[in-house]
Design a binder for this molecule. Structure first.
Ligand code: GRF
Length: 203
């Protein structure tokens, strides 16, 4: 299967996906990387790996609909089977999300459904939670709200800061995301009216 990755920032998850998809038996390949921020380091990582890139800058558009239409047009040129969001910091419109239902993944730095949105590490600390973590989910119309496929936990230690937690969570992300992307490529996970199935069985 052909994977298209969308990123906005430093692209450490993109790097983990590049590295794992380039191992010999990986069942899919990254065909392109799209970005909404010119100059994002994710673009550099893709270029280093000889993966085609494109930029659709949200600042060039007056509405979310126009931005999404331009982004979708670029994506479709690469004819991907799956779209993987890796630190892509734009909220996508309903029609965009529907176009890739069951074929689009996101990774979010919290144990969803807890802590959708931003600043998850600080919010976990403020709440005094003992356990934090990361979730990979199918993208649906709800922000960070699509059905969860897999999670990894990160224990919160006394003395942890938002920065130290971010580091620990990212380490888990770089292990978990390639595993789930592999499952998607192998057709082992799917999304239907009843939610996520793994090997044909509801999760
Ligand atoms: C990750 O923490 C991910 O969970 C969130 O955005 C961050 C992206 O980091 N959605 P990177 O660009 O992959 O380094």
């Amino acid at each position: 299967p052909k994977i298209l990755v969308l990123a906005s920032g430093s692209g450490t998850n993109l790097q983990a996906l590049i590295d794992s998809t380039r191992t010999r038996d990986f069942p899919g390949e990254i065909v392109a990387v799209g970005c909404n921020r010119p100059g994002a380091f994710a673009l550099e990582r893709a270029a280093q790996a000889n993966i085609p890139t494109f930029v659709v800058n949200h600042k060039d558009f007056t509405s979310r609909e126009e931005f999404d239409a331009a982004l979708l047009a670029e994506i479709l040129r690469h004819n991907p089977d799956a779209v993987v969001l890796a630190g892509f910091m734009r909220i996508l419109t309903r029609d965009f999300v529907r176009a890739f239902r069951g074929r689009m993944l996101n990774i979010h730095p919290s144990l969803l459904p807890a802590y959708t949105g931003l600043n998850t590490h600080q919010r976990v600390l403020d709440a005094g939670d003992a356990v934090h973590g990361v979730s990979v989910h199918f993208v649906t119309e709800e922000l960070d709200g699509g059905p969860v496929i897999a999670q990894a936990e990160v224990p919160v230690a006394s003395g942890d800061t938002a920065e130290s937690l971010a580091e620990k969570v990212q380490k888990q992300e770089h292990t978990l995301y390639p595993i789930v992307v592999r499952w998607l490529c192998e057709g082992r996970i799917s999304l239907d009216a009843n939610g996520v199935s793994f090997d044909g069985k509801p999760l």
